[in-house]
Design a protein around this ligand. Structure first.
Ligand SMILES: CC(=O)N[C@H]1[C@@H](OP(=O)(O)OP(=O)(O)OC[C@H]2O[C@@H](n3ccc(=O)[nH]c3=O)[C@H](O)[C@@H]2O)O[C@H](CO)[C@@H](O)[C@@H]1O
Ligand SMILES: C=C(OP(=O)(O)O)C(=O)O
Length: 446
């Protein structure tokens, strides 16, 4: 297994580059399965999750070509040839590795009217049900049953029918899955209380380019007029908004006062107004300037003092739950107490005991973390990654802690941050990846 070893207290200087969005890349890949031909997607991140999903798609007989290179600043291109699809299944061994594999339910139903997809496996935190995904397929006329850990769905007569579905609560994944199925259903579908995250909007735009008739992207109601088939296209993925938010927080934490740190390849609009406003309230100056090509550069200026700012997560345009763990670390360096509340995943706090090991003064009551602020400085320790965003929060904390921090189980981090240690090294952070034998490591429970 790999761990990251960080010598904390150093400065962040220069720039970091944002890669293609993970949470958009995965539905874009699922969309490609709907077309009988070769779809090309640019600006793909080189991530474990993209590799896993490529394998999920390969099981169906579709050909996936992906040749990542070693330079994280150059975007990658993936091609998915849907013409040879013949096996309408997503097996447990792959689906258990990544929850978004469940998008194959909508993709396979939409493409062939039949799907056998494993239920997603163990969760990184609390319950993450898929009831809305299944109800959505039923609303489109699918006959769905569960058998031996698999969801088996059939469209009577081989094609789904338009239907009505209201999502409660708002769900990114269920909106995507039901859209995948609805675009080729016969007739009109009305989807209410849908997610408006940029991941969903950009995915919907690719479906439109493929010939889907969709209205209402980015609002709370989407209407679809089903078409018989979709065409393969060439499409460009958007930058990763969570990576951008993470780097803005890193810059606020570690850029020397009055120096400017640059985050390139960004799409700041995708962060949403709530994050931007809360970041502004911390007193850390930032501005958006033109960048290379289609994307922007965000310039963050280092400060002497960070103001405490409480946040509460909410569906887009609210504060993203995928940024709350990183925000908690930012608030450990603020000049006073604050709270971080997660209303989407009310128990997404597995990073808290680990941050406490670094000396952070944090208390959890219900869905809220109480952060005491900078009064208690952080110092290096060995900590364990438990999920993707938890693990990057530990890296951020390690960057500001005095001494050495060892972040174990970084395979979680590799799901969503492309070559993070290489990027951080270039920006002046003393961070290295090392192999370790967890079972025999001193002081580490297996
Ligand atoms: C691959 C991907 O894009 N993952 C993101 C996606 O996850 P994911 O799509 O799994 O998250 P959802 O938006 O579905 O979850 C939102 C809420 O809906 C609930 N729910 C969801 C589905 C369902 O069938 N029933 C139900 O009750 C969940 O428990 C949660 O409370 O959105 C989350 C919320 O922004 C992010 O944290 C994840 O990074
Ligand atoms: C939680 C995340 O992904 P997933 O939904 O695939 O677990 C994430 O991207 O932060």
């Amino acid at each position: 297994m790999d761990k990251l070893v960080i010598q904390g207290g150093g400065d962040l200087r220069g720039s970091l580059h944002v890669g293609g969005s993970k949470n958009t890349a995965l539905p874009l890949m699922a969309a490609a399965v709907l077309a009988d031909g070769v779809t090309t997607i640019h600006n793909m991140p080189v991530l474990k999750d993209v590799a896993t999903f490529s394998n999920v798609i390969r099981v169906t007989g579709c050909k996936v070509t992906w040749e990542p290179d070693d330079d994280p600043s150059t975007p990658e291109t993936i091609t998915i040839d849907g013409s040879s699809i013949h096996h309408f299944e997503a097996p447990y061994d792959l689906v258990k590795q990544m929850r978004a594999s469940f998008y194959m339910l909508g993709a396979l139903l939409g493409r062939g009217g039949t799907a056998r997809v494993s239920l997603p496996g163990g969760c990184a935190w609390g319950p993450r049900p898929v009831d809305l995904h299944i109800k959505g397929m039923e609303a489109l006329g699918a006959e769905v049953r569960e058998e031996a850990g698999y969801v088996i769905a059939e469209a009577p007569g081989g094609r789904l029918k338009g239907g009505h579905m209201r999502f409660e609560p708002v769900s990114v994944g269920a909106t995507i899955n039901v859209l995948l199925a609805a675009v080729t259903a016969e007739g009109e579908s009305v989807l209410e209380n849908v997610a408006a995250e940029p991941d969903v909007v950009v995915f919907g735009q690719m479906l439109q380019k493929m010939g889907a008739r969709i209205e209402g992207l980015g609002t709370d109601t989407i209407t679809v007029q089903g078409v018989e088939k979709l065409n393969p296209v060439e499409f460009t993925n958007c930058p990763d908004r969570i990576e951008l938010g993470t780097y803005m927080i890193a810059a606020a934490l570690a850029t020397p006062a009055r120096e400017t740190f640059r985050i390139t390849g960004a799409e700041p609009e995708h962060l949403g107004p709530e994050f931007t406003e809360k970041f502004r309230q911390t007193g850390v100056p930032f501005r958006v300037v033109d960048g290379e090509g289609d994307w922007s550069t965000v310039e963050v200026e280092g400060v002497d003092a960070i103001r405490p700012v409480s946040v509460e997560t909410a569906p887009f345009p609210g504060f993203a739950t995928d940024l709350q763990a990183q925000w908690t670390v930012l608030m450990t360096q603020a000049d006073g107490p604050s709270t971080v509340r997660d209303t989407i995943y009310t128990d997404r706090f597995k990073h808290i005991p680990e941050l406490r090991r670094l000396g952070a003064d944090l208390k959890v009551t219900g869905d809220t973390v109480h952060v005491s602020g900078k009064a208690r400085p952080l110092s290096g320790a060995t900590v364990m990654s438990t999920d993707l965003r938890a693990s990057v929060s530990l890296v951020l904390a390690g960057m500001v802690a005095s001494g050495e921090t060892n972040v174990l189980r970084v395979y979680h981090l590799d799901r969503g941050y492309e070559r993070l240690e290489h990027k951080l090294q270039k920006a002046g952070v003393d961070i290295v990846r090392e192999q370790y034998d967890e079972a025999h490591a001193e002081g580490v429970a297996a």
